[in-house]
Design a protein around this ligand. Sequence first.
Ligand SMILES: N[C@@H](CCC(=O)N[C@@H](CS)C(=O)NCC(=O)O)C(=O)O
Length: 112
Amino acid sequence: MSTGLSLYHFDSCPYCARVRRALRDLELDVELEDIHRDPSAQADLVAATGRQTVPVLHVADGDVWMPESGDIVRFLYERFGEGRKPPLWARVNPQWVLIGAVILFAIFLAVR
Ligand SMILES: N[C@@H](CCC(=O)N[C@@H](CS)C(=O)NCC(=O)O)C(=O)O
């Protein structure tokens, strides 16, 4: 069954990885549009959203373009999770993981 979903993303984007992991967890069949490999996907994204920032989920039903990895993950679990809540790893913003790692590294350097 087609979900009518397309994810605009690129490989090395940590916010995109968060969404791709949720897609795998929910076993959803989603069209992946890599904006670094496919100039026409990038052009479609810019035409629709006015921005090049990814991830963006396109929902064919209603022609909705949804940015923000946190909003996308919440939407996917609400629509397809059959009552499941997003797991912890899906709720944590990758930016906070990076900041936490930098702080821990700074503490390590200070006390060693
Ligand atoms: N708050 C956004 C951050 C998205 C973001 O910063 N994406 C980066 C790649 S990881 C991007 O598209 N940067 C390109 C740009 O801003 O033009 C989210 O959670 O989805």
